[in-house]
Design a protein around this ligand. Structure first.
Ligand SMILES: C[S@@+](CC[C@H](N)C(=O)[O-])C[C@H]1O[C@@H](n2cnc3c(N)ncnc32)[C@H](O)[C@@H]1O
Length: 269
């Protein structure tokens, strides 16, 4: 649904409310069988699980499912914060920062490419006879590992410390893909056949500028879900997955230019 795509917070709140009502109804039946403490912990567990399930069923991205799962416990913690030591909150903040530092810095949160999209990227590489692939902001590195091997070289660049560390470890264990601790903006993409990004609307204009400056003619910039404003994609793929993922394909020509400039020139601005 378009509303949920634009304002997932509405779905998240609705999931908690519906879960609350369901849990209340269920607990009415258990009221005589458990003491107050037992009821409280049962309610907390059921609220978390039901909210996460509803969030999943209404099709919100997976990180909202985690938020739905953790929110009730976070509320209980917050309401009892006066009685608790401060250090767990500090540790929680540091851990969140290590995973999500790019959310604040680049306005790009962590969410992962799904299997349907990874398969579409593999078939795109095959169709084009592409051998070099880079994922800009590679997260946990799943796409990189899936596309590396069988004559293809896939690498990822990532700066969120914990995300990078985990993805390097997993890639080393499976001996697939190369993950670099490198910023998107300093990555050398001049030799890649396919440059993939699943970021957010915020960096798209700057990303296209970088691609247009650095990528070789005939190579492809592929953006998952976020189009470059003012630039017509060479192709748009809509995938038959649950979230109807859109891949925007921008083929690099000799000297591509951002079409908004052309449009402005045409109307004399
Ligand atoms: C939405 S996630 C996508 C993860 C992965 N590409 C995938 O599709 O599964 C975006 C990732 O980009 C990373 N990121 C954002 N800005 C970055 C930057 N300037 N340099 C490197 N990584 C960045 C974030 O830390 C996050 O892991």
């Amino acid at each position: 649904m378009k509303l949920l795509r634009s304002y997932p917070i509405i779905g998240a709140i609705a999931a908690q409310v519906v879960a609350g009502a369901l849990v209340w109804l269920l607990l009415m039946g258990l009221a005589g069988t458990l003491d107050a403490r037992g009821l409280f912990w049962m309610a907390l567990l059921m609220q978390s699980l039901a909210a996460a399930l509803i969030t999943r069923l209404i099709g919100l991205p997976v990180w909202w499912v985690w938020i739905g799962l953790c929110f009730p416990a976070a509320m209980v913690l917050a309401l009892n914060a006066g009685e608790l030591p401060a250090w767990p909150f500090g540790v929680g903040f540091v851990v969140l920062y290590l995973f999500f530092s790019n959310t604040a810095r680049e306005r790009v949160p962590l969410y992962l490419t799904n299997r349907a999209t990874t398969e579409a990227l593999a078939s795109l590489m095959q169709q084009r006879g592409a051998s070099r692939f880079v994922d800009l902001g590679s997260g946990l590195g799943g796409v990189v590992r899936a596309l590396d091997g069988e004559g293809r070289q896939a690498r990822g660049v990532e700066t969120a410390p914990m995300v990078w560390l985990l993805s390097v470890l997993v890639s080393k264990i499976f001996r697939r893909g190369r993950i670099l601790r490198q910023d998107i903006w300093s990555a050398d993409i001049s030799g890649d056949d396919i440059v993939y990004a699943f970021l957010s609307p915020e960096p798209m204009p700057a990303l296209y500028d970088k691609a247009a400056r650095e990528m070789k003619p005939g190579s492809l910039l592929v953006s998952n879900s976020f189009a470059v404003p003012g630039v017509e994609p060479s192709e748009t793929w809509e995938l038959p997955d649950r979230r109807k993922t859109r891949l925007y394909l921008y083929e690099m020509s000799e000297r591509p230019s951002v079409s908004t400039d052309g449009a402005k020139a045409a109307v004399g601005q």
